[in-house]
Design a protein around this ligand. Sequence first.
Ligand SMILES: [Zn+2]
Ligand SMILES: [Zn+2]
Length: 358
Amino acid sequence: MARHKKKSLFTRKKVSKRKPTTKIGIPADSEWKSLAQFGSFLVDDDEGNQHKFNLNETAFILPPGLLPDQKHHPTAYWIGRIKEIRARNPEDVCLAQPRNYLRSLTQVWALVQWFWSPHEVATVIKSFDVSNCGQYERIYSDYHDYVSTASFCDHATVKSYDERSLDQEPFDDDYFFRRYDLEYRARRIFPNVSKSACICGVSYNPDRDQVMHFCSRPTCCLAFHQECLLMYKQYESSTAARARRLLECWPDTDKRLSVETLIRRGKGSGYSMSDPLHEFPEELLQTAQQQIVKGVQAGGVVGNVRSVVAARRLIYKTLIEGSTLPIDWMSQVDVDTAIHLQDEGFSVYLCPECQSAI
Ligand SMILES: [Zn+2]
Ligand SMILES: [Zn+2]
């Protein structure tokens, strides 16, 4: 979509430069700097309601060819962030004139920083593989255009998704999200796609991949396709102490520290060594002992990373400090995100990087 847009914008820009006095087309850069700046603008909908858009808000923008009086699937719209707002004939805004009159005289424009679709990115970076992107995925570019505010349709939300973050906020599967940025002139994607890819070299597609297993060790923070772990024999046949081994994949350290070692190293001499974990609430333990997963069959786009990591961290901190669990621990751990996989009885998967149970 953007390629068509950019082509037509470029052509129209050149026309308006040749006829600078007509002031009907897209502003030239020189004219843009001379226009009055505003912090917000209003758009009327079909029913006469006014919608206010502010600087730095993100919006759906109608591409050429889509009829404004029809509803389209959200993915049919362009998405951009409003960086500046300027107007031609701004004095007319203040006059209580019929809407058509205002529209004809007043032209409000926004400088928009675009979110690109994966297909658009692939037109400028041949190696960018759209098959590994979700349908709601957008790539935040450093590419800007002047856009008439008459094309603005609605407010949009694009969630930031850091695949390697242990504290990623979950969001629903039909939210737009962004995990990469595009540097347009350099034709570069940040962060490097390969940095978060599975051992197969393929990155996570939340619309396609059924179950991804995540290793929460500080130097890993990577997710792997379940089928790749099986294919590369990254699992143990023994199910002994499965829950304990998952719990001991601590997000706080790369060292292999058992619960008992943590207590010995810390100040937790008050624990009953027969099973120190008995001291913890069952809901907290169950959360900490889950596999960390995400995917179509495993908790959606983001999965249970944050809640399981938070539970393991609380237990780790309590054990090594010899302290008691905070009274408000439930405000730190979402215990309702238990994800029960169909293969719950399966043996332990191993992280291909660090061999921890995942
Ligand atoms: Zn893989
Ligand atoms: Zn690992």
